[in-house]
Write a protein that binds this ligand. Sequence first.
Ligand code: HEC
Ligand code: HEC
Ligand code: HEC
Length: 280
Amino acid sequence: MRTRQIMLPVVLLLAACTGEKGEPGVSGKDGLPGKDGLPGTDGKDGLPGTDGKDGLPGTDGKDGLPGKDGEKGDPGTSKTTVVVHLRDFSSGADIAGASVVAEPGGASATTNASGRATFQDLPTGLYRFTAKAPSLVLAGNTMTASETVAVTSDWTSAVAGATLDFELRIRRYDVDRLNLTTLHTKDHATFQVANCQACHGARKSELSRDPAKPPFHSLGATTGGHASVNCVFCHGTVDLAGQFGNRSGATFRKQVDIAKACLLCHTKYPTSFCVGAQCQ
Ligand code: HEC
Ligand code: HEC
Ligand code: HEC
C-alpha cells in the first residue's frame, strides 16, 4: 500500500517529461494447454438391446438343367401275348375248361386249371374277348351244369412288349335265386363237396402273385397238401351269418376247427407247420 502511493507520482512525472502516450503492447500469447484429467471411473453396463428382426428369405435357386434324352427304345414287335383270367362273378373261383374267343380275328383259347386262357402271337391292336361257360342250377340237391352263358370284356388295347393280363368275371348263377345259407350249412342235404367245387372250384391250382408262394388252398399240391382233403373236412360248416358276404369271413374263421383240420398233418402245430418227415 505504501509502495503504490510512492510509485504513482513517479510515473506521472515521467510522462510529463517525455511526450505522447505510447501505443499499447501486443497481447500475450495463449497459455499452453493444461494437462489431461485423470480417467473417470467406468459407467455401469447398459441393458441388453432388443433382438434384431429375422432376415428376409433368400431368393429361389435357379431351375436345374434338363436331363439327358433317354436311349432309343427297341423297335416294336407286332405280336403280343394276352392272358384272360376267367373267374366266377360271385365266388371268385378260377374257371377251368372254358372257351375264350378274341375279336377281331376269332383266335380262341381254353382256360387252364388256374382259369387262364393264353393267346400267344396275337397281332397288337384293340380286342375284346368273349368267354363262355356252363351256368349252374340246383337240380335236386346237386349243383348241375346247364345252358351256356357268356361274358364279353371291354375293348382292350394289346400293345407290343407287354403281356396284357386281365380278369374277366362270368355270372354262372344268380345268388338271389339260390339259398346260399343252406348251401353253406352242414345240416342241409345240399352241403356236399361236389357242390362246393362246382361253385368255388377245386382250388388246388390257384396262383398268388408270387408263383413261389402258393395261396393256402394250393399249398403242398404235390406233397399231400391242402387239396388232398376235401372241402368239408376243413370247412365243417360255413354258416354265412348275417348279411351275405359281410361277416362271413369272420364267422368262417371261427369254424375252422384247428385241432381237427390242421393237426391231422401239421402234428407240431402251433410250434411248426412241418408235415410228415419234416417234423422228425
Ligand atoms: C386243409 C383245410 C382246408 C381245405 C381242405 C379247404 N379249405 Fe377253404 N379255407 C381253409 C382255411 C384255413 C381258410 C382261411 C384262409 C384265409 O382266410 O386266408 C379257407 C378259406 C376258404 C374260403 C374263403 C377265402 C378264400 O380264399 O376264398 C373259401 C371260399 C374256401 N376256403 C372254400 C374252400 C373250398 C371250396 C374247398 C374245397 C375245394 C376248400 N375251401 C378246402 C381251409 C381249407
Ligand atoms: C351256389 C354256389 C356255391 C356253393 C354250392 C357253395 N358256395 Fe361257398 N360261397 C359262394 C359264394 C357266392 C360265396 C360268397 C363269396 C364272397 O362273398 O366273397 C361263398 C362263400 C363261401 C365261404 C366264405 C368266404 C369268405 O370270404 O368268408 C366259404 C368258406 C365257402 N363259401 C365254402 C363253401 C363250401 C365248403 C361249400 C360246400 C359245402 C360251398 N362254399 C358251397 C358260392 C357257393
Ligand atoms: C392233408 C394234410 C394237411 C392238412 C389237413 C393241413 N395241411 Fe397245411 N400243409 C400240408 C402240406 C403237405 C403242406 C406243404 C408243405 C411243403 O410243401 O413244404 C402244407 C403247408 C402249410 C403251410 C405253409 C407252411 C410253410 O412252411 O410254408 C401252412 C401255413 C399250413 N399248411 C397251414 C395249415 C392250416 C392252418 C391247416 C388247417 C386249417 C392245414 N395247414 C391243414 C398239409 C396239410
